[in-house]
Design a protein around this ligand. Sequence first.
Ligand code: FES
Ligand SMILES: [Fe+2]
Length: 463
Amino acid sequence: MLHKPGFVLSDGTTLDDLIDRDMNEVSMRVMDDAELYHHEMERIFAKTWLLLGHDSEIPKSGDYVVRDMGEDNVIVARARDGQINVSLNVCPHRGMKVCTAEAGNAPIHRCIYHGWAFRPDGSFIGAPIEKEQMHGSKRTKDELGLKKARVHIYGGLIFATWNIEGPSFDEFLGDAKYYLDQLFCRTDSGLELLGPPQRFVLPCNWKIPSEQSASDGFHTLTLHRSLMEGGVMGGTAESIYDNAPGMYGVDVGFEQGHSLRCLEAAQTFKMFSDMSFEGKTLDERLEMLPPPGITKELIPQLHKNLSPAQVEQLATIPPQVGGMFPNVLVAFIFAPRTDGGSSGALALHAYVPRGPHQVEFVNFIFAEKDCPEQMKRDMLQNSIQQTGTSGLIEQDDADTWPQIQRAARGVMSKTQTLKYQAIHGHEKPEGWQGGGYCYPGFTKDDTQWNWWLAYHRLMSADA
Ligand code: FES
Ligand SMILES: [Fe+2]
């Protein structure tokens, strides 16, 4: 087979110099290299499917939000036919940003520079003083629309890619779909985004949080220990260290770089309650420890929308946290309340690159559309308290990631490597119904190493 060497940086460094696939090591230079960053924008962010938002943000014709695909700013708008369109927010006239607001409703987007106007589907309407034909005669109006991305809506989530002829969204998800459907496609009305996403910028490369999202369960034991000590996540610090219940489960990794940590519901339940799952039916288990966001009334909908094997997994060993390549964290957190209830938190984080040294953390907080208003408030509160700008969990991470970034700047430091050598090797547990590579037992480096292999694969492909 023809070996595609990918690219060579201007000093002669190759991708294989940076990612040592024999040793499972990654050079720290990857976190602090402007040249590499430009290759990433071309080979990853211009090629793969990216999360932009949720259709509940733009329910009406003309509604729009402005988001980013890598460094490219885009308008995500619902057109008159109800379809969601993603168009490059760059005026084809002289390059001005067409839509300067962050969100709103507009039947027409008019560029503030010379007034060229566009519909929500990106098509060009015309320039002011129509009779003067200020768009010229060399191009037809059809050629002067905003550049459009390819869009796919999955469980209400809006994804887009510039890779018009590339893999379909289903190919992109691959075997991860079986598990992600359990989180995003399990009720009749689906999820609802609870307000605009929280956003903040951190001084670190996008890959630092993104590789953690590839199911780095191990760091929670140490970095997030204070959550256990404070009883925020149930249990005590001692029980966490003695038994480390949250460390054992089945990590599942996928060719495409996605991953999920499936953790025994019985173990999770023990952290919250003295009652036992022993002898309980699946529905009784689901009632005792509902997946985050699911009420008793919604349980029949799980059976309607998912296969029996998927419901069984939700009741016994549900996916609880993971990542979607390249830059999304999936958090479905079981969260106890002091009154014994558990509404949980349901959040997605997109880590949007802002140059080689900065990332914008975009926190999407969800609840099931059909759950009671009180539950939506509880889930919003849980997510705000745990994930995102002021979240207890991410305060730990937001302190750590920039320190890794700072370290990567040093001449000597950037020659150091990140190690992914605690490898389990994949092995499907008996009776396991889902696909992907399963890594049962203590959470190790397998899924994060898969993430780097997916990164390597995309970066080595022709741009
Ligand atoms: S740059 Fe937009 S109308 Fe001229
Ligand atoms: Fe973390």
